[in-house]
Ligand binder design. Structure first.
Ligand SMILES: [Zn+2]
Length: 349
């Protein structure tokens, strides 16, 4: 698209990013559970929490790595018991998404976090699906669900999780792989991803967040994923970067998460500028926004404020990538990209 990106002043960039239409492709819906809602649901369901109040819980969000976050994340999810709880959690996310001009969201959910507590997979999926339908009807936001396997558990448990979800097969579009990365390489889940492929499901996996570039390679080669979640450590391998660029593999990058979990020491050292400059296809996402200090627009703002080498050209590329990398039919992608182009054409006029 022949915009004159140089006509867009740096001071215009943040407002432009904020109002532009965008898709979110890496959001764990359980990670959108705000402390206030955790306490409200705990009260509704009679669940005792190991924190005195909202402030005490929020104060515990000082993570040092992925594992220290996961420990609190699973404690927060313990309040989710009824179908309405899953609906209310997702609905709260959609309201935030609407404020950020998100027009399409692909939500990760972790059935095993809930089945381990005796909550049926159907309760989880039906509650989330009801919020997705409501978001389309009331907010005009389209969405889809991606079922994720917890990689610190066994592949047999992942296989059982997938089979247990099949009565609701029409309600989710794909499978993913999340939780503790180190020591749990993608190839551990070869059989369950092959089964997902047989079922016609899309496949994505977290790789190259805390794990090495080799995990990104095995996610592509063994799990045959269509997107890599995170992938920011790919820059450590020139051969891998060259491959990601050549094959156009989308990377769902989560800037605030990377800082909060100490993947990068400071946003100024984030690999996003390198990923863009080397021809990769990154997108910006919020990961677990309630825990990492911000929703989608907060991630864009933090990234662009810390990295002056990112300008209007990079902003456009990231937003466009979010639509290109989504799992929707080409004509819907085209319609959103036309909206995006109109916003940039006006800004560059
Ligand atoms: Zn994630």
């Amino acid at each position: 698209m022949p915009f004159d990106f140089d006509r867009i002043a740096r001071t215009e960039l943040i407002p432009l990013l904020s109002r532009a239409p965008k898709a979110e492709l890496h959001i764990h819906i359980e990670g959108s559970l705000e402390p206030e809602l955790i306490f409200a649901l705990a009260q509704r369901n009679g669940v005792a929490l190991p924190y005195a109040d909202v402030e005490a819980l929020r104060a515990a969000y000082a993570f040092t790595d992925l594992q220290s976050f996961l420990d609190i994340y699973y404690a927060g999810a313990s309040v989710l018991l009824q179908e309405d709880d899953f609906h209310d959690m997702a609905w709260a996310y959609f309201l935030k998404a609407q404020a950020d001009h998100v027009v399409h969201a692909e939500l990760f959910f972790d059935p095993q976090t809930h089945t381990a507590r005796g909550v049926d997979t159907g309760v989880v999926i039906r509650g989330l699906k009801r919020a997705c339908d409501r978001a389309q009807a009331e907010l005009g936001i389209s969405s889809a669900l991606i079922l994720c396997f917890l990689r610190h558990l066994s592949e047999d448990e992942a296989l059982a999780t997938l089979e247990a979800a099949l009565p609701w097969r029409e309600h989710f579009i794909g499978v993913g792989l999340d939780s503790s990365e180190r020591g749990h390489p993608p190839e551990k889940f070869a059989r369950v991803f092959a089964r997902a492929a047989e079922l016609g499901l899309h496949r994505v996996a977290h790789a190259g967040e805390e794990g090495p570039p080799a995990y990104v390679e095995s996610a592509l080669d063994v799990l045959k994923v269509e997107r890599i979640d995170h992938g920011v450590r790919s820059v450590e391998s020139p051969a891998l970067i060259e491959r990601l660029a050549r094959e156009g593999v989308p990377l769902t990058v989560c800037p605030l998460s990377n800082i909060k979990l100490c993947v990068f020491r400071h946003m100024a050292y984030h690999s996003m500028p390198a990923l863009l400059a080397l021809g990769c296809k990154p997108t910006v996402n919020s990961d677990d926004p309630a825990y990492f200090g911000g929703y989608l627009n907060d991630n864009f703002v933090a990234l662009f404020e810390a990295l002056p080498q990112l300008g209007a050209r990079e902003a456009y590329a990231l937003l466009r990538n979010s639509f290109e990398a989504s799992f929707v039919p080409a004509e819907r992608k085209g319609a959103w990209m036309a909206e995006l182009d109109a916003v940039f054409a006006q800004a560059a006029a």
